[in-house]
Design a protein around this ligand. Structure first.
Ligand SMILES: [Zn+2]
Length: 314
């Protein structure tokens, strides 16, 4: 018989809630903004309110739920289910005892894990990465998230916060990062970094409304063959590739999985990225290596969050 779990995927802009069956099927889901007032309302308050609506609207019988899995942005102390830290840009979030609050509210077992780690767990359970034992996933978006699976186990580190791939230094003399360091990978490899570079370059062009520049605009221009944008994107892909090559040399994975909205651009992004990575990777490390986009899209976090319950029941 199928069991049901409640998945909660808390990102920097929205929380996604979903009812997940033990085969990974999401039967109901809903998305609610968490930054509508720039986090003046603590995220946890929004999450609790959203859960109430979600449960009510979908007439969910809590007695049928076997557990709550939380995928959460930030550095998560997985042993205690607490937000231990962030890279420094979300107010009223660090210190939130997610596990205790949800357990006290719903009287169900609760597991909390970092969102990028949940994404790689989800992909390794249900996506293309299921065929591989050693997987490195990078989520490229506002920032860069990471999750690493070695010999079919998530690399967790002592507190469960390992795999913070956005904050290894790519350039010791480079851009300052809001985490406090200089030259972090995220400052070069995120979509935010790409958008900032394009805006800086086009700053003096009176025909361009800088407000309109986002990932979609950039890829539309790229499609049209805009030479200025092409140069910037090429440099961005080069930066992303160099970081990934380092990870390949450290972890010797079979699969590199790229997530985030931009990963949908096979021809303009994944394909040239793959080419660049293979050009820079040492020959032995290229053996049986695949570089591909994530297959679950936005659902990976919800599925990855509840997976530990399912694994323990099987
Ligand atoms: Zn940083």
């Amino acid at each position: 018989m199928s069991r049901y779990y409640l998945g909660i995927d808390i990102g920097g802009t929205a929380v996604k809630l979903g009812l997940v069956r033990s085969n990974g099927e999401i039967t109901n889901s809903g998305t609610y903004s968490v930054n509508f007032d720039h986090y003046k309302t603590p995220i946890i308050d929004t999450v609790l309110k959203s859960l109430e609506s979600f449960i009510h609207e979908n007439t969910i019988d809590l007695s049928t739920i076997k557990g709550i899995g939380v995928s959460a942005t930030g550095q998560i102390d997985v042993h205690n289910g607490i937000v231990a830290g962030t890279a420094g840009h979300i107010n009223n979030w660090v210190g939130t005892p997610l596990k205790d609050i949800l357990q006290e509210t719903y009287h169900l077992p609760v597991l909390v894990e970092n969102d990028a780690n949940c994404a790689v767990i989800g992909e390794h359970w249900l996506g293309d990465a299921a065929n591989y034992s050693n997987v490195v996933m990078l989520t490229i978006g506002t920032g860069v998230g990471g999750g690493i699976i070695i010999n079919n186990h998530l690399l967790s580190g002592q507190m469960g916060i390992a795999g913070e791939l956005g904050h290894f230094p790519l350039n010791a003399h480079g851009k300052p990062c809001y985490c406090g360091n200089i030259g972090c990978y995220e400052q070069y490899a995120s979509t935010t970094a790409l958008v900032a570079d394009v805006k800086e370059t086009l700053n003096n062009d009176p025909h361009i409304n800088l407000e309109k520049i986002n990932g979609k605009y950039i890829f539309t221009q790229l499609q049209k063959g805009n030479p200025t944008i092409s140069v910037i994107v090429e440099q961005w892909i080069d930066n992303i590739a160099r970081g990934i090559v380092g990870l390949i040399h450290i972890f010797n994975p079979e699969a590199i999985i790229i997530g985030g909205g931009v990963s949908q651009q096979e021809e303009l992004f994944i394909s040239p990225l793959r080419e660049k990575i293979l050009e820079l990777t040492m020959p032995c490390f290229k053996k049986n290596l695949i570089i591909t986009k994530a297959s679950l899209g936005n659902n990976a976090g919800l599925c990855g969050a509840v997976y530990p319950f399912i694994k323990n029941n099987s």
